[in-house]
Design a protein around this ligand. Sequence first.
Ligand code: HDE
Length: 720
Amino acid sequence: MTTNKKNNSDEGYENQKIQDLSKDKKKDEGQFLTTNNGVRVNDDQNSLKAGQRGPTLMEDFHFREKMMHFDHERIPERVVHARGAGAHGYFETYESMSDYTAANFLQTPQERTPVFVRFSTVVGSKGSSDLARDARGFAVKFYTKEGNYDLVGNNIPVFFIQDAMKFPDLVHAIKPEPDHGMPQASAAHDTFWDFISLMPESMHMIMWVMSDRAIPRSFSMMEGFGVHTFKFVNQEGKSHFVKFHWKPKLGVHGVTWDEAQKISGNDPDFLRRDLWEAIEMGNFPTYELGVQMVAEEDEHNFNFDLLDPTKIIPEELVPVKLIGKLVLNKNPSNFFSETEQVAFHPGHLVPGIDFSNDPLLQGRLFSYLDTQLIRLGGPNFHEIPINRPIAPVHNNHSDGYMRQSINEGKSSYQPNQTGRGCPFQAAVHDGGFSHQPERLEGEKTKVRSSSFFDHYSQAKMFYDSQSKVEKKHIKEALAFELGKVEKTSIKSRLLVHLQKINESLAEDLSKTLGVEIPKNLEEPLNQSIPENADPENYTSAPVEPPVRKSEALSMENTIKDSIRGRNIAILVEEGVSFSSLEKIRSLIEENGAKETLISSKLGSIITENGQVSIDKSFATCASVLFDAVFVPDSEKSALKLKEHAEAIFFIEEMYKHCKAIGFAGEGKILWNATRCAELQEEVTFENEEGIFHDSNVNKFIEGVKNHRFWNRKHINKIPA
Ligand code: HDE
């Protein structure tokens, strides 16, 4: 593995949050081992016993303290988004956004604000696989001068449900079934699809979750979205509705479902490791912050409701304006202290940003504070180093479990004279947060707005916007998920919904699943209708999609201009040509990617010109962990590789998964040993996509940029 620090343009930047955290960091080097009370420990190997073979004595205070602390090391995992990975970095504003928002961190071009970001899967427990088919959390905490601002988003711009009331039901349905606790980190079971088949509002989200977006190649290769509509409010109090987007500089890329399942066995920490290593290598994950802004007066210009979280604003209707960039350039020092204890909350706002009345967002505003109380053990979690703002904190909240700050003086109330009125309220011009005044009137009611009733048109727009291969993957994902469902009635209900999105999708699935599409379904398709409501008012109205196809929805249209962040396997054995090996290695390094030398044994091998050390053996890795493979020149090395079935399978699987394969000179001997070569008549280097046998290795690098070659002719004939 090479380290590549070339991308590091941040020297000289002092991240204030990192400085703030350093106050709490501890190093044990050169120190005596002590108890929690600072008493030096003389024996940490044996407990105190009554006689050499006698029982342990209660008075061994070091033993009891050590065991007590260990017994309480775990805290409850997050009820959703339990598994995650975090990183520090900064956000840099491109231009002043003062016309739209008073938010201080968006006023000055090039100004940097420290951030901590946590990526997560939603459904699985803390120890589950990174590659589960699932939405990914994309939560960003901005430590601004005006206090913390949290943008707690996902990598999918819509959600399953329209009202927070249904969140516990959704989560109960998707989590392991309550009787036997299975399956882990998977939606492929009866209770989830039962719930979904009765919730037509989830159909748009279902299309996204069945797409390759739900199995990302890297956290640095996925988008992020605020999902809800928020508001930007400027100094004059004028507001715009705003949708937030994170656009990754490396483009949006996924893995295939076959790879995802195999990666889960080979390296369940795949995405966490990828993030960690990218930062260690200086390949800092970078995203641009985009906003879609809609003036208040244009709120009703769309054929969907801006408050409905199951809808996007197609970029064709409102373009995304890029207003800044996020760079993740530092790994946490301690997973528990930072990544586990960080507490996000969509209600952490700064002046200039406000909520909309989206009923899903409104419900979230209760949940996030509430959940931290049990997870972090009391109301003082804002004092935990990773959570405390860099802005000063002064208020009358006092006491409670684990209080850290020692508030001096007599007054812990407002108004007061004992403390000379302090801490005092801030006027708006002093940066005091003031909720945007909004005129509201209406009856107190539980009725859902009729503007939320179209459940299919955007699902259709999403599906129609996909490329051929993306549609195929969605179909295969549905075949897998529904194939695991036992009850036929659930599958047939789902097919009725899918038919409203795309007829042939439903028909093909009906054949694959061996389930008829019911002609006249007797039970209502939407059972989230309150008792006393008129079902007519909850029936999805046929609505034309806002645009027929939206380019931004297809991953095929993403950026493919770099190999940065990719991991390229190089297969070698004794005798490999040193010059051929060095050529590819230096090219990979120059282009900011990682290379991994793989051989049948660990240690080092002798090339025709000195030794090189091996990173992985076939026993410790698999092709699914890499983005491309290269076999350097040398008859001797290639003939040895050929003796290992793992090496042959490595190439076959790379072919099957449509990734770039490169051979230099006699390296092609390995290709000739594969089942692909049995199709030699049809598959040659010349007429098959993404297979490079050329002295010009640049062509191979260009191929890796392409990420995949989906049009390979014979992938169905290779049983990898
Ligand atoms: Fe969350 N969500 N959520 N959520 N969510 C949590 O808060 C909740 C929703 C999201 O890395 C919990 O601290 C409700 C949408 C992320 O720590 C909890 C509803 C979006 C994270 C919670 C939603 C999200 C969470 C669990 C529907 C995308 C991980 C632990 C009304 C915009 C943050 C915690 C991290 C975590 C509640 C829906 C994103 C229980 C009630 C929509 C990224 O409070």
